[in-house]
Design a binder for this molecule. Structure first.
Ligand code: AQP
Length: 335
């Protein structure tokens, strides 16, 4: 039996090259080596208000982006989280075995609560609580399918550690139930930084005009965003002294091109920043143009996309239901 792989993305904002290089590209690379489930995690998205029609459209867009990247729906299941009720059911049971102190240690939770403190409105504490519970729902997503490998970007590594802890705690309380998953990070591109501020992770929710390159940005927009990227006060590329902005541009180029370190050094050492940006921009455009063409073809046939998502949910539901059944029996619940 092939090891099972599970990973997902939230259908919010615009997927960007960070999501692609940190996760999606890796999914495509390993998709035929494992039994893969790629999920659109819409239950995570609704922890903050989403316009229902827009959310529905984003779910389809995310699925189409998976396909445009090269995920093969014949071999992999592409599915929407809310189409499989067992995700929410297992999340509740795992919430009951997860100490709150584990959740309070999560960096994402700390960042979100720090932002909320300055707002000082009781009602706004709600998203903070949701931010705390987010990693438990993520643990449920993964453990539900007994996944052995979870390919994600570096920002999710801490949540994956929590997933492992939750699995081990459940196993020790109720007997061996869950596979304890391993994290798979890409060697280059695991943490793509914001182009306007290379000290911050490139993020869908960031508001800066030149922060991210979205996967569906037009070539001219891609070029403009990269040409405006923050660098440093050096005149040209020096691998030993380059600041975070230049290192970020270099790693974007390397992650797209797949060039080894020594080729990168030969190509870019001594290059002026304007020329470096041009090369990075052309590399990104060369990859995203055919990607966007495939995206247009896929979205031209909505019935086919809907069938792929239905088929994905049907394929994974028996696995999910079987895990929930086992968990309920182990906990003494009614099945
Ligand atoms: N900057 C990044 N570099 C590398 N990988 C990244 N990922 C996200 N940002 C980067 C990886 O993309 C996958 C899907 O992420 P997600 O949609 O579940 O949510 P996220 O990580 O919260 O994405 P964003 O873009 O940062 O959204 P917001 O702004 O809402 O926080 C994951 O595997 C993630 O590691």
């Amino acid at each position: 039996m092939r090891t099972r792989v599970f990973s997902g993305m939230q259908p919010t904002g615009n997927l960007h090259i960070g999501n692609y290089l940190g996760a999606l590209k890796n999914w495509v690379r390993i998709q035929h080596d494992y039994e893969c489930i790629f999920c659109i995690v819409d239950l995570h998205a609704v922890t903050v208000y989403q316009n229902p029609a827009e959310l529905r459209a984003k779910i389809n867009e995310t699925a189409a982006l998976y396909l445009a990247a090269g995920i093969d729906p014949k071999d992999c299941a592409i599915m929407v989280q809310s189409a499989v009720p067992a995700h929410a059911e297992l999340a509740w049971m795992l919430t009951c075995v997860t100490p709150i102190g584990w959740l309070e240690r999560m960096t994402q939770y700390k960042v979100k609560s720090a932002k909320q403190e300055s707002v000082g409105d009781g009602l706004l504490q709600y998203p903070v609580l949701m931010a705390a519970e987010y990693p438990v729902l993520m643990a449920a997503d993964i453990l539900l399918y007994q996944a052995g490998i979870v390919p994600v970007g570096e920002d999710q590594a801490q949540h994956l550690e929590l997933t492992r802890d939750v699995a081990q705690r459940f196993n020790s309380l109720y007997g061996d139930t869950f596979v304890v998953p391993d994290t798979s990070l890409p060697t280059v591109g695991a943490r793509v930084m914001g182009l306007d501020d290379p000290t911050q992770k490139m993020s869908k929710s960031a508001t800066g005009m030149n922060h991210a390159v979205a996967l569906l940005d037009a070539p001219d927009k891609i070029r403009k965003t990269i040409m405006r990227a923050t660098t440093d006060s050096n005149p040209e590329v020096d691998f030993d002294t380059a600041g975070p902005g230049v290192l970020n541009l270099l790693s974007i180029y390397q992650a797209f091109s797949g060039e080894p370190d020594d080729t990168m050094k030969t190509r870019f050492t001594g290059m002026r920043y304007g020329d470096l940006k041009k090369q990075v921009a052309e590399m990104v455009v060369a990859h995203l143009e055919p990607f966007q063409q495939r995206y247009r073809e896929i979205t031209a046939d909505p019935a086919c996309l809907a069938a792929i998502l239905r088929d994905g949910a049907e394929r994974v539901s028996p696995i999910a239901n079987s895990t929930v059944g086992t968990v309920k029996r182990r906990m003494g619940l009614y099945t």
